[in-house]
Design a protein around this ligand. Structure first.
Ligand SMILES: [Zn+2]
Length: 434
């Protein structure tokens, strides 16, 4: 079984490649990348028509909601949203019901992904039992079952001694810990970023310090234990200063940023739209600028969507009671192409790096490059496609986004997983399960 992608502009940051080339995938793996490749007998041929051909995009921070919250999203619908958004692999957080804190839940997630998923699914196990922050989950068992990292995401692990022990155990299993860096006491009761806009609106704020205190703590623990901490959804200039300094000193920390923290500020709350409510909150203009700069210079390793599907009932309530988060899988690529690359904040190759090799390295995932032998995961982008974001057409079960109606230029055109076309021009190709 083979697939030949012809006539593409191949951008593979891991190999420093940006050139016209063809890609041959054989038996699910990249076989050759070179101009003028001939198709083996029986190969499927995809004509990229000059579009940008990249390694499959990887999103290391999504909430697929299954098991337990299937009314918000399922592994089937979430992976279809991923495919539509150009992602060939996602890593899903543990805050399901039951929580992914045992082998049985990890097994279930992987079985559902095999049966009904269309992209690769990498489960993330809980750090603490039930995400309660009191005792450690069975970290060894979770690693054995296939978890690629540990996180209580959605909640911080407030007990520093417990997190230290988690890091020491996690080191033995070679899996990083992903930190939702937010001091719960300092953030309590807040609905948005603490600053001028919050004061103006009379809403309780969450100070940048709530994030920075925890990033400083996590850096100190990474240094103490020598084990890797990955900071989820970095959102403040101060957190970035801490990360930049830690990395310069060789501390094993990495960081990600979401598209919404790159393109929106706390001004979005002026409409009292619950779709602008998230944790961490949308920050001020200086923070956004710092995030953009850190993404460009590599202080931030990855863009991750924090895809957080919610039902209408979770969001159409007063801000105080509205659930946190927005969907991101189907808006990330158009937003980044339109607001970062076209605005010359990030060059195209760097954007692709932060969506491929960057996240792959953070979680030690296969993929992220087109090196021969790598998984045959490919994303093709149409840089010229003009469109508007239409939540009604999302393949996600959820519609909670503040980006509805936003004009964009550029979109994913095709998603290929293991040499199989799973999405073409927004349409998921249903076929034999992987
Ligand atoms: Zn989080």
């Amino acid at each position: 079984m083979s697939l030949l992608v012809k006539n593409g502009r191949v951008i593979d940051p891991a190999n420093g490649l940006d050139a016209a080339a063809d890609i041959l995938v054989v038996d699910g793996r990249v076989s050759r990348v070179s101009p003028g490749l001939a198709a083996p007998a029986g190969a499927r041929i995809v004509d990229a028509g000059g579009r940008v051909v990249a390694p499959g995009l990887i999103d290391i921070h999504v909430h697929l909601r299954e098991p337990g919250y299937e009314y918000k999203e399922t592994i089937a619908t979430g992976t279809r949203a991923a495919a539509a958004g150009g992602f060939t692999a996602v890593a899903c957080m543990a805050n399901t019901s039951p929580v992914n804190d045992t082998r049985a839940v990890t097994d279930y997630i992987l079985a559902q992904a095999r049966a009904g998923g269309v992209v690769r699914v990498y489960p993330i196990g809980a750090v603490t039992r039930g995400l309660r922050g009191a005792e450690l989950a069975e970290l060894g068992e979770l690693a054995e079952a296939g978890c690629v990292a540990y996180s209580d995401d959605g909640r911080p692990v407030m007990n520093t001694a417990l997190l230290r022990r988690a890091l020491e155990y996690a080191q033995a299993f070679g899996k990083p810990i992903i930190s939702h860096a937010e001091d719960a006491h300092l953030a309590e009761g807040g609905v948005m970023h603490e600053g001028f806009v919050a004061t103006d609106l009379g809403l309780q704020g969450i100070p940048a310090a709530a994030e920075e205190i925890m990033v400083a703590r996590d850096v100190a623990l990474a240094e103490l234990t020598g084990h890797r901490v990955h900071i989820a959804h970095v959102s403040t200039a101060g957190a970035i200063r801490l990360l930049r300094d830690a990395k310069a000193r060789g501390v094993p920390v990495t960081g990600e940023v979401t598209p919404h923290h790159l393109v929106l500020t706390d001004e979005a709350l002026r409409s009292y739209d619950a779709n602008a409510k998230m944790a961490p909150p949308l920050r001020g203009k200086r923070d956004v600028e710092a995030c953009r700069e850190a993404l460009a210079d590599g202080t931030l390793d990855a863009i991750a969507t924090d895809h957080a599907p919610h039902a209408v009932v979770d969001k159409e309530v007063e801000l105080d009671h509205a659930a946190n988060g927005i969907v991101g899988l189907e808006t990330a690529v158009p937003l980044c192409l339109t607001h970062l690359v076209r605005q010359r904040i990030l060059d195209l190759s760097t954007l692709i790096a932060r969506l491929t090799v960057g996240p792959a390295r953070v979680l030690d995932l296969p993929g992220g490059s087109l090196t021969p032998g790598a998984p045959g995961d490919i994303t093709i982008l149409d840089l010229g496609r003009e469109h508007r974001i239409e939540p009604a057409r999302f393949l996600s079960r959820a519609r909670n986004t503040p980006f509805g109606g936003w004009p964009c230029v550029g979109a994913p055109w095709m998603t290929i997983v293991g040499g199989r076309v799973v999405m073409r021009e927004g349409v998921v190709q249903e076929g034999t399960p992987r």
